[in-house]
Design a protein around this ligand. Sequence first.
Ligand code: FMN
Ligand code: SF4
Length: 710
Amino acid sequence: MSGATRGLCRSDTVRALASVGPGGCQLSYHMLVYGSFCNRGAGVSHLARLFTPMAIGRMQIQNRIMMPGMSAGMMLDRDAQATPEMIAYYVERAKTRPGLMAIGASAVVPASAPRNMPLALDHDRHIPSLKKLVDAVHQYDTKFGIQLFDGGVQTGDRVQLSPSGVPAMAAAVFDSRASPVVKTLTVDEIGQVVRDFAAAARRCQTAGFDFVEIHAGHGYLISAFLTPYFNRRTDQYGGCLENRGRFLIEIFRAVKSAVGHALAVGVKINGDDFMVKDGWTLADTCILAPTLEAQGADYLSITAGVMGGTRLTVPPLYEKQGCFADLAEAVKKAVSIPVATIGRIKNPVMANDLLEQGKADIICMGRAMIADSEIVDKSRRGELDDIRLCLGECRGCIDHEMRSIKRGSPGQVSCVVNPRMQRESVCIDIEGSSKDNPKKILVVGAGLAGLEAARRTAFSGHRVTLCESRSWIGGQIRFAAMIPGRQEIGDMLPWYARQLAKHGVQVRLDTTVDAAMLEKLAPDVVFVATGSVPQVPQNMLDGVAHSENINMLMIDDLLEQNIEPGENILVVGGDQIGMQAADYLSEGGRKVCVAEAHGHFAQKLAANDRWYLVGRTIEKKVRRFKDVRNIVIGTDDSVSVVTDKGSEILPDIDTIVFASERRSNRSVAELAKARGLETYIVGDASDVVSEDSGTIFTNIAQAYDIARRI
Ligand SMILES: Cc1cc2nc3c(=O)[nH]c(=O)nc-3n(C[C@H](O)[C@H](O)[C@H](O)COP(=O)(O)O)c2cc1C
Ligand code: SF4
């Protein structure tokens, strides 16, 4: 048995996982990527370092896990103040007692126009709502802090502060409609911003926080002063490193003198901007870090990336786990105060190892705590297999937030795997709530929507049977995990397998549901989660019919049957599936073209993931055609791509892979409805056409929302 399945309960479900999956290969799950939770043993004794208390300045923390500042959970009112929903988000995580947790970037400078994001620290009137939040979190044994920041040119503000008037490298990310005024700060105005930071810190002290964190990373205002590309000043705030660091040091001193020893003061700073040119580098950080220590910094949190850089602040699954730990390790050698590392740390065993290896003193787990609000408690109790792992597929969190900012309704953060995210006060999940009045539930199809429907209904105490026509669970997610760099997508499956086993779901593999089966099982409720299949676009049917020498493949068949394609391939469809297919097919030097009907590629993917995926295909010389109106297959098997600009023959195409349109597969729903059964269609079976359809994010959330109401 592989490391992926060791330690899981033996059940039909586990048999499904252990079985050889599509393409004849076994999935490379997270556990295989980093090493199994199970075979490393479980419990605090094996995570001793992670759960060892320590001091940060005068602040004692009971373990080394930090929930870092994130704009997640920021459900704010119209005056940018904390709401009861925000309190619920933080309390849920505080209950599990991470060593420390921080509220994300909060604005210290008064806004140039009314705004409801980010959280405001610019006036005393915000103190009472902050105090309520702090008091609620302080019911639990965790240290609570908040980030002080100004977003500079990386905000949706009309007037953006900057060192030298240089706009953001990816300004359109914030609001394609806005044309902000980028204001260069005068020396007097710099002094005012410094005082704003100090005043905000004082308010945080009054509200009862344990620490504040000055945000000097990610391309925001302080970071822009540090970075030569953004800071082109010739006065005492520009030029040499000492001058560029002056703004941060002045802010630090002002904050420190405002709060004295009442609060710990930390700094979150980039270990590297990862810019092609004129960025802030690791060498710079290692020079500035001792100065911050000398000024009295209680800890440093080493992050990375600016918008438009080559590696991203919120790194997707294409980056390795613990991707920025080397930066922290280097800084740690330059100072003696605690150093935190951040970036794709989702596995407590890895977190513990990073501490053991001396790479950091504190481990930040951001998205890991979004994906599973109980990860700290589960780690403490040794229930590692029960941790719902962050997939590093950012469509739910940072991407959802960015899309919401663009739409003009900022603050919407969710999670691909955790549909309760930011709905903690609304979605109250109580295990066994229906056990005294259970229903017989039949779920047809064990893709993610089916797995979630089965899990959530069984969690309530219903009696659930899950039927799957294949000999394994996971549906398309198994295919998705075969794409280069995306194996971690499969991390969901061991977790679902375990949850189904735990909640007593009866899993029937190799089982097709027909009328006779419905009769036999006689369910009260049927979930139809039978997914979708790819299809040939209508306008290509003729060409496909007469072609004799071109191998025509459906993307699902290609992956499931591990079909060997030719050497010169056209992928029809350049959204998330088509682009991933192109990445998969172009491995090993095959020539690949992608034809997409719309003006953009991989639109359904999170922008962060897309950034890396498109980069990979460019590196492998995949040719991308957008706004494709037609693909013509001539009688001589020539293949032409037609756009508004004209037609181009793609020479020697030997394989066409269809990865664009899909058709929902829901015939079982008709059978169930004909029998008068309460029937719900979920996942791809319900919709593959609308903008957000066909994503893990939508499919899990939809199944969860219906299942929790049964
Ligand atoms: C939805 C979301 C919002 C974030 N907001 C902030 C923020 O307000 N301040 C900040 O310093 N970092 C923010 N980050 C970045 C995280 O703190 C962290 O640096 C990054 O996600 C990498 O860590 P992780 O892999 O543990 O999530 C945010 C990340 C996410 C996913
Ligand atoms: S949306 Fe994706 S990347 Fe973000 S926390 Fe959830 S699983 Fe992780």
